[in-house]
Design a protein around this ligand. Structure first.
Ligand code: PEP
Ligand code: MN
Length: 357
């Protein structure tokens, strides 16, 4: 159930409704929107009696939520959630398409710094890089652990980038929360409910990747787990699903973007790197992702992909990333959106010159 407050309801009115909900042993989730505040109610076993709330000051209406997910639903909040970061112009879910770029894994300080310098120059405001890598083989590179997180924190200080990195269990989540700005939950953990609940108690935004064979409803329910614990800053990420196709690593399901946007207020971004697994497909599908209306991209970029310790085949060379940014910036503009400007690089200047000719 959700309680929709009047446009002119006061903060005291909202507080009184939340107190009423909590006095019944339930949890109140107050979501201020652009127009009005709605309060989601969770924790009830059966249906609630709307009359309990209808008479309270400032209440406009009480709605029974028809879907199994409540807090992620656009019924609760009409406008898309915008996630902001302290001391940064970076946002996710605003008119500016967010670009997160960097290597699959943090391998060394030098590798991370070289990648960060290039992606920052090209206009990315976020840096990605795994310190904990969930690998198919136990013998493959597993990440640098806390040292990797320390390097990422240095990247933030040096380049002003917002740090996105994966947590694979409770222990790593506590460290990621401490060092990074966004906690990534990977495809393999999308239904690790205990980890989702832990992420819901964290005080940093969560980037939740779609499981390899997750339906839209399963994906939204995973986000609901995080929100139900009180963390409302969740970003969804389409990263491809398993199909019979063998020309790609996964099949990038771009139709998920408008499907999510119809049902949920959460921002949805696209990962064309894991979605395709092949470098030559990353730029075309990045263009498509922006065209389909994604709120952001997360792209693997490595200074030396041929010697990368993970996902080299799908990692862009920095020059390719420069070109990608020039292209997606133009596509965003067609849709009335923007992508942060480059800090002029030779490639960006070349493209700008070519466009003017
Ligand atoms: C990653 O982002 O490096 C990663 C492991 O992604 P996914 O969970 O989508 O496979
Ligand atoms: Mn990867």
């Amino acid at each position: 159930m959700l309680v929709v407050m009047r446009v002119n309801a006061s903060e005291d009115d909202v507080r009184a409704v939340c107190q009423k909900i909590e006095s019944l042993g339930l949890r109140a989730h107050s979501m201020p929107g652009a127009q009005r505040t709605a309060i989601g109610i969770t924790g009830n076993r059966g249906e609630l009696e709307p009359g309990v709330f209808e008479g309270l000051e400032g209440v406009q209406e009480v709605i029974q939520v028809s879907k199994p997910y409540k807090l992620v639903s656009r019924e609760l909040k009409e406008d898309t959630t915008v996630i902001r970061f302290p001391d940064s112009d970076a946002t996710i879910g605003s008119n500016e398409v967010a670009v997160i770029a960097g290597p699959c894994g943090v391998e060394s300080r030098e590798q991370a710094f070289t990648a960060a310098e290039r992606v920052a120059k090209a206009g990315a405001r976020f840096f990605r890089g795994g310190a904990y890598k969930p690998r198919t083989s136990p013998y493959a590179f597993q990440g640098l652990g806390e040292l990797g997180l320390q390097i990422l924190a240095e990247v933030r200080d040096r380049f002003g980038l917002v740090i996105v990195t994966e947590a694979v269990d409770h222990e790593s989540l506590a460290l990621v929360e401490q060092y990074a700005d966004v906690i990534q939950i990977g495809a393999r953990n999308m239904q690790n409910f205990s980890l989702l609940k832990r992420a819901g108690r964290a005080r940093k935004p969560v980037l939740l990747k779609r499981g390899m064979s997750a339906t839209l409803e399963e994906f939204l329910m995973a986000a609901e787990y995080i929100m139900s614990e009180g963390n409302y800053n969740v970003v969804l990420c389409e990263r491809g699903v398993r199909t019979f196709a063998d020309h790609t690593r996964n099949t990038l399901d771009l139709s998920l973007v408008p499907a999510v946007q119809r049902l949920s207020h959460l921002p949805i971004i696209v990962d064309p790197s894991h979605g395709t697994g092949k470098r030559n497909k990353v730029t075309p599908l990045s263009r498509a992702a922006v065209a389909v209306g994604a709120d952001g991209l997360i792209v693997e970029v490595h200074p030396d992909p041929d010697n990368a310790l993970s996902d080299g085949n799908q990692s862009l060379y920095p020059d390719q990333f420069d070109s990608l940014m020039v292209e997606v910036r133009q596509i965003a503009r067609v849709l009335g959106r923007s992508i942060a400007d480059p800090v002029a690089t030779p490639v960006a200047r070349r493209h700008a010159g070519a466009a003017a000719d």
